[in-house]
Design a protein around this ligand. Structure first.
Ligand code: NAG
Ligand code: NAG
Ligand code: NAG
Length: 698
């Protein structure tokens, strides 16, 4: 057997006539004594792998004896070339590098820090190359990603190929000449045309958003701020240019964040513009915002933002605008948001699987029980499952001691009088907010609820009996434990907003980052492994949920334009189109809009297509949907889901055979959310993933 030739054989990829040699090697590995292999005893040192490489290949013997039983033990090592090309519109920043990661230990086992950097082959840095040992005898999964190094030399994930199932190299393909992979396009036939690139979740950096999302922000003396076209430019005052500034200017299908252009970005009152600044956790920069008159290119003034003005999780900046001559010429009022990585978590998430925008467009229109049947109790949610509903929507908020509980309002009527004493006059009752009470206080409160015109006492439902499925204020963790994993959930996170008239919807003083973290952590620990979507009426909560994790998709819920409620100040909430733009800007799964936005039948299809073509998921909600006829209309138009109350009366139980998520394959897919969120490294009983290429229907 021509041993010395083997070196060349293994490196060569297209080797039909030498396959026999490989087979020979394979047999040698199988039947040869293991001790024939260590480097010291090899016939020729130069063709034997280093000790580390051997260790890497041995994974199936050592780590997964149970699994290995059904598969080949042995790694037939082989050099694999990874050739990657970037599309013309992908522009790398100077500090960015391409890397490849995969399930094999020699590809970094899905860890960002161990991903293998590639080598740029041309000056434009659009072609990349890497050669790496892999096992020819195993199916290999891999993805490409872009990272940058921060000042401490740590890797920051900028973007990754986030198809739910990664790229795959079948065993028989290992010997084929490798083609050229196009960055982002892992499955040409998958939803969205196959290109799917996602921003990395926050790990070693935090994000500041400066939000021009109210009707007016800039007052300039001598100017009609509504009529003046402005140009804004934000810059970091740090010498080390370590703040990454991006901007999103809302417009249909062009709302994504992108680097700020040299000359700045146009702005006029009433439009939406969001600056996003990403910085390392230990960095706090000062910024300058320059304002120009767009038509005349005249500098109108500048604003300085100092780090100590950006406190907590959110706030409103009120800053003077000064001219070149250091004169006060106006004022800027600007809300800001600070998004930090999940607290109490240093690692856990991996690049193995992503659900950030996982929603195959060929799924049927789902039936979602709004607050269960309408009452937000566990019994209600279970009734939706019995009525063959696919999902339930529920409302989550936190008590003063950060316990996530389910309740639809921001508070309820209560009384300090002992329960033996009956209440005769409504004036004896006080409206208490959930956020003012600890969980223990909440559970010992008397509860009065408004039913029609009167307040009725419901304290008997506020008792701590875990088995009582009708009880009020169930903990989110208890809800997760009580519901079958075949029932999908839309977990709506409640947060009061500023109304258009300048009043607050309700008070909230909890730290917004910890608030969101607490809900994500509870969900990771008790709720993963079922179809689960986060949602909120508050756009900032959506951005936070999106940037802190990669396991659960996020929906923006909005009333849009209706005559039912007062509007919020935030322009992102005020219309259907801006909701779509926000979902694109924040890279959400999609939106859930009130049915009144689509009541004009002639326009219905066109309006819905605006969302579905992007492509985004679109759920429709509202009490009007308790008409079977209207439901049928929306089903015919392929909306992603209908969210309505009283599914037991108007729902699908008479015609649907089973809920979508009863399918075992889908159970298996959503089981991987536990892996994505880092609560589990393997799915018990799950077979290795197969790429599910859902045919594209739209
Ligand atoms: C090992 O291989 C190298 C080149 O691949 C060759 O120069 C050397 O003579 C070989 N040694 C033995 C002991 O065969
Ligand atoms: C998450 O991990 C914890 C601790 O390992 C475990 O007790 C829990 O069952 C896991 N939850 C899920 C939903 O898998
Ligand atoms: C959105 O923009 C992209 C890129 O510019 C384009 O390919 C796509 O067709 C557009 N989609 C719609 C629905 O306009």
């Amino acid at each position: 057997m021509g041993q010395p030739k083997m070196n060349r054989v293994l490196k060569s990829i297209s080797i039909h006539h030498k396959l026999a040699l490989l087979a020979a090697l394979f047999w040698a590995l199988l039947f040869g004594k293991a001790n024939a292999f260590p480097p010291t005893q090899s016939p020729n040192e130069s063709l034997v792998y280093s000790h580390e490489q051997l260790q890497a290949f041995k994974r199936f013997d050592d780590e997964q004896p149970a699994r290995a039983a059904g598969r080949s033990f042995l790694c037939v090592p082989l050099f694999r070339s990874f050739n990657l090309q970037l599309a013309a519109d992908v522009q790398l920043a100077a500090d960015e590098t391409l890397a490849v990661t995969g399930d094999h230990p020699s590809l970094g086992a899905w860890s960002l820090d161990k991903a293998l950097p590639m080598r740029a082959l041309n000056k434009q840095r659009s072609k990349w190359f890497l050669r790496q040992w892999i096992c020819a005898s195993h199916r290999v999964y891999y993805r490409y990603l872009i990272y940058a190094l921060n000042a401490a030399g740590e890797r920051v994930l900028r973007q990754w190929e986030a198809q739910q199932v990664p790229r795959m190299l079948q065993t028989y393909e290992a010997y084929r000449a490798p083609g050229v992979d196009l960055y982002g396009e892992a499955h040409a036939r998958a939803v969205g045309g196959g290109v799917q690139l996602e921003r990395g979740w926050l790990q070693r950096e935090y994000v500041i958003e400066l939000k021009f999302c109210w009707p007016e922000h800039i007052y300039l003396s001598g100017y009609n701020s509504k009529a003046t076209q402005l140009r804004l430019k934000l810059s970091s005052l740090s010498l080390l240019n370590d703040a990454r500034i991006e901007v999103s200017r809302f417009g249909y299908n062009r709302s994504s964040f992108r680097a700020q252009r040299q000359q700045g970005v146009d702005y006029s009152a009433g439009s939406i513009l969001i600056y996003r600044i990403s910085q390392s956790l230990d960095v706090a920069n000062a910024f300058r915002l320059n304002i120009y008159n767009k038509q005349q290119q005249l500098p109108l003034g500048e604003i300085y933002i100092w780090p100590n003005q950006l406190q907590g999780s959110r706030g409103i900046l009120q800053l003077p605008i000064v001219s070149n001559l250091q004169q006060l010429v106006g004022e800027l009022t600007l809300p800001y948001l600070i998004i930090k990585p999940l607290s109490r978590r240093t690692s856990g998430f991996s690049l193995r699987v992503s659900f950030q925008r996982y929603w195959p467009s060929n799924w049927p229109t789902l039936d979602v029980g709004q607050r269960g049947l309408g009452d937000n109790s566990i019994a209600d949610y279970l009734a939706v499952a019995r009525a063959k509903g696919d999902m339930v929507q529920l409302d989550v908020q936190l008590t003063r001691d950060y316990v996530p509980i389910v309740w639809q309002g921001f508070g309820f009527y209560s009384s300090e009088l002992p329960s033996s004493q009956s209440i005769v006059n409504e004036l004896e009752l006080r409206y208490v907010l959930i956020r003012e009470l600890s969980y223990a206080q909440l559970k010992s409160s008397r509860v009065f609820l408004r039913k029609r015109w009167t307040l009725q006492e419901h304290t008997q439902l506020n008792v701590r009996d875990i088995k009582e499925h009708r009880r009020l204020f169930p903990k989110l963790a208890e809800v997760y434990a009580a519901l079958p994993p075949t029932l999908g959930l839309i977990v709506e996170v409640k947060w009061p907003q500023l109304m258009a008239n300048g009043k607050l919807e309700s008070m909230q003083t909890l730290n917004k980052n910890l608030y969101v973290d607490s809900i994500i952590e509870t969900t990771a620990r008790y709720g993963c492994g079922r179809p689960l979507i986060f949602a909120s009426f508050d756009a900032d909560i959506c951005s936070m949920l999106r940037l802190k994790q990669s396991a659960f998709p996020v929906l923006f819920i909005s009333a849009g334009r209706t005559d039912i409620w007062q509007q919020y100040m935030d322009l992102r909430t005020q219309s259907y189109l801006q909701a779509l733009n926000f979902a694109q800007s924040a890279e959400l799964l999609g939106t859930a809009l009130h049915v009144q936005n689509f009541m004009q039948q002639r326009q219905q299809r066109r309006l819905l297509e605006l969302s579905l073509d992007l492509p985004q998921a679109l759920f429709v909600w509202g009490s009007e949907l308790s008409s079977a006829q209207l439901q049928d209309q929306f089903r015919a138009l392929d909306v992603s889901g209908l969210i309505y109350e009283q599914m037991d009366r108007v729902g699908p139980s008479s015609w649907k055979r089973a809920s979508l998520f009863a399918a075992p394959q889908l159970q298996e897919i959503f089981g991987q959310q536990c892996v994505a969120i880092g609560n589990s490294t393997t799915m018990p009983n799950a077979k290795p993933t197969k790429p599910t290429v859902w045919p594209k229907m739209r």
